[in-house]
Design a protein around this ligand. Structure first.
Ligand SMILES: Cc1cc2nc3c(=O)[nH]c(=O)nc-3n(C[C@H](O)[C@H](O)[C@H](O)COP(=O)(O)OP(=O)(O)OC[C@H]3O[C@@H](n4cnc5c(N)ncnc54)[C@H](O)[C@@H]3O)c2cc1C
Length: 397
């Protein structure tokens, strides 16, 4: 029987779309051969992402590290600052004490994605464990070639990640300048309740350590056209691990994976949906170019396309993504160059060290609850006039 909707990929975007559509009675099949699987990722899930899926998974019922603080380091200069994270839902200045309302948890993607997938299946979405090898879309509908045979549907959702096949069929693959290479190690046998962030000038960005329940996810990334290879980046991460001794005694397992990192113009350009197709999550390029937070945007876009199709108006999806996600992501893309410039990162370390108000702004940026839109004004209201003025100037707001 022909499906109403075929969803290619059952990561956060696909599983969330499957849940929302099946909950309203649509006949939905999610295609993904890979589960159970670990996706190369930090695994940082912000409070806003947990809140979005609170109707389908119980944040307290699966293993995750509750993060209480973030340590910013500048190892070559021996500087470090700890920023306490706050409760997400009320912004109160108190430490997190449960998985609910927390600013940030870090989880294995095998665990988190399995929860989302199980919720979609409970709602009635079917999982077909085959790989889609081709997608043909015409006026009559959608035809899929899969490793399990040919399937048909009325509509196809591309939730198939950064290397999206659906994206290649309806638009074009990401160019190198639209991707970051992310690479690093899972450090098995070590964990913590603190994330670590080392700001780096070369490549412009940061090294991160995100503690999951049984290991650290340590990584670094650079724009794919920056002329630096994954091997070089991974060596840089290995040198940082050795210098900080953050993973002493751990077994290191390497990984690499692309992250869409679009410019403001790329984010603004093409529609995210047509009459019989839509792109979501990484396949749509919906990732914060500064923090690389993609899980929230994958879940949100899965939610929005599900809602739009339930209302029988796919255009609502494009409109909502352009109202609720793209302006913020485009702002981040414009700020990105300034954010990782040594002039700014040096100032940032100093500001974090000296000012509790600026530490609070940073805590909210990490938790995904500080918009780039109001960042300038919030910095200006910290009463750290000199620091805020210099920061705003060096970011060229
Ligand atoms: C190293 C790294 C660290 C990151 N850290 C964070 C972080 O800490 N927090 C955060 O919010 N974001 C982070 N991100 C980004 C985040 O991982 C992604 O934005 C997120 O996974 C996107 O979800 P998605 O559902 O769009 O795609 P994915 O999670 O990539 O899921 C796509 C699914 O599609 C399936 N698929 C692909 N092709 C086919 C096919 N042809 N047929 C069938 N199935 C197919 C795959 O098997 C996969 O299961 C990180 C990314 C990287 C690479």
């Amino acid at each position: 029987m022909r499906d109403d909707v075929a969803i290619i990929g059952a990561g956060p975007a696909g599983a969330r779309a499957g849940f929302v559509l099946a909950s309203r009675g649509a006949r939905v099949t999610m295609f993904d051969w890979s589960h159970p699987r670990e996706k190369p990722c930090g695994g940082g899930v912000t409070g806003r992402a947990l809140a979005l899926v609170a109707d389908s998974i119980d944040a307290a019922s699966w293993p995750a590290s509750i993060i209480r603080s973030a340590r910013f380091t500048d190892t070559p200069r021996g500087r470090s600052v700890v920023v306490a994270l706050k409760d997400h839902d009320n912004g109160a200045d108190r430490p997190v004490d449960s998985a609910r309302g927390t600013a940030l948890v870090v989880a294995d993607r095998s665990t988190f994605d399995a929860q989302l997938l199980a919720a979609a299946e409970r709602a009635g979405a079917r999982l077909d464990r085959s790989r889609v090898t081709d997608v043909i879309i015409d006026a009559r509908g959608v035809s899929l070639d899969t490793t399990g045979g040919r399937r048909t549907a009325s509509f196809v959702i591309g939730a198939d990640g950064a290397n999206s096949l659906v994206r290649r069929r309806v638009a074009a693959p990401f160019r190198r300048d639209q991707l970051s290479i992310a690479t690093g190690f899972f450090a098995h046998g070590v964990t913590s309740d603190q994330i670590a962030i080392e700001l780096t000038a070369d490549p412009p960005g940061y090294i991160w350590s995100f503690p999951r329940p049984t290991h650290l996810a340590i990584g670094i990334c650079a724009q794919a056209d920056a002329g630096v290879t994954a091997a070089t980046l991974r060596q840089q991460a290995a040198r940082w691990i050795a210098a900080t001794r953050i993973a002493d005694g751990a077994r290191l397992e390497p990984y690499s994976w692309p992250i869409p990192s679009l410019s403001a113009a790329d984010l603004d350009a093409p529609p995210l949906a047509g009459p019989r197709w839509a792109l979501t999550g990484d396949a749509a390029g919906l990732v914060d170019p500064i923090t690389r937070e993609g899980i929230y945007f994958a879940l949100a876009s899965g939610d929005w396309i599900g809602d739009a199709l339930n209302r029988d108006d796919v255009r609502l999806y494009d409109t909502r993504a352009r109202d609720e996600a793209i302006p913020e992501l485009a702002r981040a893309a414009r700020l990105k160059a300034g954010f990782f410039r040594p002039a700014f990162t040096g100032l940032l370390m100093r500001a974090l060290h000296e000012s509790a108000a600026i530490r609070a702004v940073m805590a909210d940026l990490i938790a995904g609850c500080q918009s780039y839109r109001s960042l300038k004004w919030r910095l200006a209201r910290t009463f750290e006039w000199k620091l805020a003025f210099k920061a705003v100037r060096s970011l060229r707001f």
